[in-house]
Ligand binder design. Sequence first.
Ligand code: GCB
Length: 616
Amino acid sequence: TPSRGLLYPRESATREVRSLNGMWRLVRSEASDPFQGVREKWYANSLRLTGRDILAMPVPASYNDITTDDLRDHVGTVWYERTFFAPRLWEGTQRTWLRFDSVHYSALVWINGRNATHHTIGHLPFEADISGLLNFGGENRITVMCDNRLGNRTIPQGSVYKVKTDNGSLPIQSYSFDFFNYAGIHRSVHLYTTPLLHISDLQVSSQLTSEGMGRIEYRLWIDGSQDSYMGIRLSNVLVQLRDRDGQVAAQQINKGIYHGTLLVPNPHPWWPYLMHPDPGYLYDLQFELFVETNEEEAEVMQDSYRLPVGIRNLNWNNESLLLNGVPLYLRGFGRHEDADIRGKGLDYALLARDFNLIKWIGANAYRTSHYPYSEESMQFADEHGIMIIDECPAVNIDIFEPELLENHMSSLEQLIHRDRNHPSVIAWSVANEPRSFKPGALKYFESLVNYTRGIAHGRPLTAAINANPSACHLAQFLDIVGFNRYNSWYQNTGRTDMIVNLLTDEAQKWRKTFGKPIIQFEYGGDTMEGMHSLPAFVWSEEYQVELFSHHFIAFDKLRTQKWFIGEFVWNFADFRTAQTITRVGGNKKGVFTRNRQPKEVAFILRRRYFALAQEL
Ligand code: GCB
């Protein structure tokens, strides 16, 4: 049996979903004593009784950029709390689940002072059945301790050390990855109910058959695979596939088996944006559980859950990645979940704006650099036909040791479990820029990739590598080799006239060494919006345009060979980093500014991406 599936909370005839988003209270621990609150049992009563300063803190949001003081750079734990009501009607008749879509980095959760759940690794959901902890018909308190510290064994890695300041000594969090270590309750918190006997997990995969039929294989898990719960006996499972107009396209009634295959005549395949007039076509796959009641013959619907699904073929070989039989050329971005004030907090306005920009510029793909993005964004990608390279949070890993490997595997298991049913996901990225040239990397990645291959659910494995082809211990295990290279930025700064040769040589070297499809996952240069220079000079908008233009020449040469399958700009938008002297207010390699307006380069990229879309 798999771990719990963490189905996205959806309302149905049998399920209620209630949001716990909004204003919470926040208290911070002394940086020098992160576990003071656990020792003193701050969870046992309202945080108001701790006597510490109470801040109003929005959820979802990173807490870092909300206040005007040093909370931004706090290292250690903060405590969140709020109260809510649990309706009397839920008692005994329902199970009540508490679900966090993501808390970074680790979380301990109490309900009414009693332990409810805990989780580590940010950017991934977790949940618990809290029916036994609730005060039905009354007020309840939820308390969350959130710890942002990264160490040798966390994914990603970091290290905490102490410095002497003018006021004593203080822990400092250091990390080598290039984005701000935002923390807090980053995504939504929900209460949702399920019937006592309910669907706990779903897995689907789809195919277009050679006869032009759609084929959907599904598997469901019912309340931990039991077919009886507290005397209730399951009778039938009705599985219905409904098209966009609500018409039944296929259906099945199962008795006692929890998997099956639906055949769909004349299917509408799921196509990417600009590859078809009607991209992102989704069906609704509806599951209904019926149970026997004491009255003869009568059946009662016990649980129902609807899952959007796309029907498409994904295949790959040593030269190409193919969707519905068509070799793909990916044109897109590396991105970040990042914005001012809210940091990495989920924001629907930002999400919609970003997808509008992605479509405006004609991209068809992005990589979730360098961690899993929100489930809402994955749903958006499904609906808009944007293809996703889905990356786990292992960015810049450096010290390869067994406990790290376990956490790394766990991050991939959780990611794949969360995202395997999304048609938009076309590959899993197991890491970004690991120190894959180090001797310890060989065994480490062999184990990691072997493990991931066993759970990959029909997707190829890739990674974004910055080691040299001749020194990299990871690439040999992958299905698609991606590399990050900053020609004329970190190397040969200012020399855009060296890009074409260096880049085409390197891509060919990757190809020769590993014989796999090759993608460039990152290229670019920092660009201050509004800074101009003719002739071009680093950091000016003209320089970004010139740097991109030379890359385009190289890509056009490489594209004549089948195995070069994509180009990804670094980055979609400017984003916040740690304070360093190489970053002016953050990383400025965005094609868009941090508040999502175009730089000069956006217009040439748009021309290119639309031209490529027409050609292919
Ligand atoms: C990289 C990293 C990315 C950085 C980028 C840069 O190779 O993968 O996280 O932000 O370079 O701009 O230096």
